[in-house]
Design a protein around this ligand. Structure first.
Ligand code: NAP
Length: 238
């Protein structure tokens, strides 16, 4: 049986909108106190009006800031990292610096988060990392996204083995309209979304709440560890 998040502390790393926002609200709805942590503490603080949500500073590419956050918070139950700096583009457009930043944020950052937070995780606690559908359905223009998301899948399994009984899982969202597709332009985004909706077995685009639901499941199911939950409408099957 799943345990509730009542009385638990959940740390959600990322921005004050998008999937991190949905995860924060879902964790609160399940009874948790939430610490939202990211590069812009003020914006995070302004994103919520709830005394059981507190904002903290962390930059996952900066080990001192991760270690300081872990020290400041002390005992916590679950840590969710949504941080990402994707490197999109075809091979010819990719440069080393963008790929480095992407790996640093999405892969090495969570390794260091796990390193510094593991000693503070309460019994029954877990880490939830973010992978993504590009890892499981490669597409031209998404090489950099695929390899970082793929690394997160391996990372979750490696950490689960090493950190047990602390559980470690990853979530792989499909395409979710959180603003990250806006660079395609209104028309381009609509065409892309319509194509996905028509093709994928779920026949729709996912919502932030679909993903937040999976994060709550990963945090509360005591026998789930070392897996990537693919919440993607079946897109890789097409
Ligand atoms: N939305 C989708 O369709 C989709 C699909 C597959 C996977 N995902 C994954 O789901 C997660 C959340 O995605 P999202 O759509 O909500 O938007 P997102 O923009 O990818 O959210 C990630 C946020 O991480 C923050 N960040 C970047 N570098 C950081 C650092 N060094 N330290 C701390 N935070 C940092 C950024 O916020 P600030 O600029 O405020 O710091 C960024 O907006 C990501 O891991 C993403 O790759 C999303």
């Amino acid at each position: 049986m799943s345990s509730s998040l009542d009385g638990r502390t959940v740390v959600v790393i990322g921005r004050g909108s998008g999937l991190a926002h949905a995860v924060t609200l879902a964790a609160r709805a399940h009874g948790a106190d939430v610490v939202v942590a990211g590069r812009d503490q003020e914006a995070l603080g302004n994103a919520y009006d709830d005394e059981r949500i507190t904002a903290e500073h962390v930059d996952v590419t900066d080990d001192d800031s991760i270690a300081a956050l872990a020290r400041r918070l002390g005992r916590v139950d679950h840590v969710v990292s949504t941080a990402s700096a994707r490197a999109r583009g075809r091979l010819g457009e990719l440069d080393r610096e963008a790929l480095r930043r992407s790996f640093d944020t999405k892969v090495i950052g969570p390794v260091m988060v796990a390193k510094h937070f593991a000693p503070h995780i309460a019994e029954g606690g877990s880490f939830v990392l973010f992978s993504g559908v590009a890892a499981f359905k490669p597409a031209i223009g998404y090489l950099g996204v695929a390899i970082t998301n793929g690394a997160v899948d391996f990372l979750a399994r490696s950490l689960a083995l090493e950190l047990g009984p602390i559980r470690v899982n990853a979530i792989s969202p499909g395409v979710i309209d959180t603003g990250i597709w806006d660079s395609m332009g209104e028309e381009g985004k609509n065409a892309y979304f319509t194509g996905l909706r028509t093709r994928n077995p779920a026949r729709r685009i996912g919502t932030p709440e679909d993903i937040a639901d999976a994060v709550v499941f990963a945090m509360t199911n005591p026998f789930l560890t070392g897996v990537t939950l693919r919440v993607d409408g079946g897109e890789p099957l097409t």
